[in-house]
Design a protein around this ligand. Structure first.
Ligand SMILES: Nc1ncnc2c1ncn2[C@@H]1O[C@H](COP(=O)(O)OP(=O)(O)OP(=O)(O)O)[C@@H](O)[C@H]1O
Ligand SMILES: [Mg+2]
Length: 321
C-alpha cells in the first residue's frame, strides 16, 4: 500500500432539496490497495456515498479525492471508465449479449479484439458462466443470480485499480456467495485493488474487509479493523449490528497465532491446524473431530504446540478488554 489514498472523502455531505442530509459530514479514506467495507442498515447512505466516487452523485458540500486529486472537475465519463463498478440492481444492458456486456469497458478503451475476447472468456469462467454456453445469451434469458455474476465479471473485466461494489452478492445463494467471496478474497490477495464494498451482511464484511466503516443515518459511527469493531464497538448501535458478544463471530477474525499454545505433547489427533487458520474454522475442526485440543503445526509440518478451546476463549475475551 502506498501513502497516496486511493479514495478520500473530505467532510462530504449530501442533501436533496431542502430536506435533511442523507450524508452528513463523512470523512474517511480507502488506502490504495486496501479493501474497505461500508456496513449499515438500509437507507443509511451507502449507495449514495459509493456513487460520489464516480460522480453519479455530486456532494452538496465537501469533496472526494481519487488518487490524491479532487474529482469535482474531472470529466465524469473518463472517471467512470477508470473505476470498476458493480451496481446494486445489476444493471446489465438488455440489448447486449452477455459477452458484449462484459466487454463494454475494454471496448470503450479500444483494447485489441483478440485481447477482449480472451478477457471476456476468462471473466465468464471466473463467475462460472462459460462463454461457450452463456456468451451469446441475452440478460433476459438468465436467472437473477446469473445476471449478478455477469455484473461482477463486467466490473472486473477492464482491470481498473479502483473497484466499487454495491451488494454484489445480494442475489446469490449461500454456496455461490461463499465461493465468490473466496474468489474475490483471492483476487484481492494477488492484485491489491482499492475496493469500496457495500453490504448488509456482517459475516461477509468480516470475511472480506481490511477495514469496516459502519454507517448510521448518513454518518460514520465507527471505522476500524474487523476485530476492533467486534471487540470495541463504538456504541450500542454498532454492538447490536455486529452482535459483538457472539464469540463464534469473534473467532472468525482471529487466528491460531492469537491464542496461547500449550507445550505438552497432547494426545495424538488426526487433525492439525496452522498458525494462519482462523479460529472459527478451527472450532469446526474441533467439533467435527470430537476433540477440544488440536496440535498446531508449522508450514514445514513441525509441531508447535497444542491449541485448546479454553485458550481460544481466553484470547477472544482478551481481544474485548
Ligand atoms: N435521488 C434521491 N432523491 C431523494 N432522496 C434520495 C435520493 N437517492 C437516495 N435518497 C435517500 O437517501 C437515503 C440514502 O439512500 P441510499 O440509497 O444511499 O441508502 P443505502 O444505504 O444504499 O440503502 P440500501 O441498503 O437499502 O441500499 C435514503 O433515505 C434515500 O431515500
Ligand atoms: Mg444501497
Amino acid at each position: 500500500m502506498s501513502d497516496v489514498p486511493g479514495v478520500r472523502f473530505n467532510h462530504v455531505s449530501k442533501a436533496y432539496g431542502d430536506r435533511q442530509r442523507v450524508i452528513d459530514d463523512v470523512s474517511f479514506e480507502v488506502a490504495r490497495g486496501s479493501f474497505v467495507v461500508l456496513l449499515g442498515p438500509s437507507g443509511c447512505g451507502k449507495t449514495t456515498l459509493l456513487k460520489m466516487v464516480n460522480r453519479l452523485v455530486d456532494p452538496t458540500s465537501g469533496d472526494v479525492e481519487v488518487d490524491g486529486a479532487g474529482i469535482a472537475t474531472r470529466d465524469a465519463t473518463a472517471l467512470r471508465r477508470s473505476i470498476g463498478y458493480v451496481i446494486q440492481q445489476i444493471g446489465l444492458f438488455p440489448h447486449m449479449s452477455v459477452a458484449q456486456n462484459v466487454a463494454v469497458v475494454p471496448s470503450l478503451m479500444r483494447w485489441p479484439p483478440a485481447q477482449i475476447e480472451a478477457r471476456v472468456s476468462e471473466m465468464l469462467e471466473l463467475v462460472r458462466l462459460p462463454a461457450r454456453e452463456f456468451g451469446a445469451r441475452y440478460p433476459a434469458a438468465l436467472s437473477g443470480g446469473q445476471q449478478q455474476r455477469v455484473g461482477i465479471a463486467r466490473a472486473l473485466a477492464a482491470d481498473q485499480q479502483i473497484l466499487l461494489m454495491d451488494e454484489p452478492f445480494g442475489a446469490l445463494d449461500a454456496i455461490e456467495r461463499a465461493r465468490l467471496q473466496a474468489e474475490l478474497h483471492g483476487v484481492q490477495g494477488r492484485l491489491h485493488k482499492t475496493v469500496l464494498f457495500v453490504t448488509h451482511d456482517v459475516d461477509e464484511a468480516l470475511r472480506l474487509a481490511d477495514e469496516i466503516v459502519v454507517m448510521r443515518e448518513g454518518r460514520v459511527v465507527q471505522h476500524g479493523r474487523p476485530i476492533a469493531i467486534l471487540a470495541k464497538p463504538a456504541d450500542g448501535f454498532v454492538a447490536e449490528l455486529v452482535n459483538a458478544n457472539d464469540v463464534v463471530r469473534r473467532f472468525s477474525v482471529m487466528k491460531v497465532r492469537d491464542a496461547a499454545l500449550e507445550q505438552d505433547s497432547g494426545p495424538a489427533s488426526p487433525a492439525a491446524v496452522r498458525f494462519d487458520d482462523d479460529l472459527r474454522s478451527v472450532l469446526s475442526v474441533m467439533l467435527a473431530s470430537g476433540t477440544l485440543r488440536l496440535p498446531v503445526i508449522g508450514d514445514d509440518g513441525r509441531p508447535l504446540g497444542t491449541l485448546t478451546l479454553a485458550s481460544m476463549l481466553a484470547a477472544a475475551r482478551a481481544a474485548g478488554s
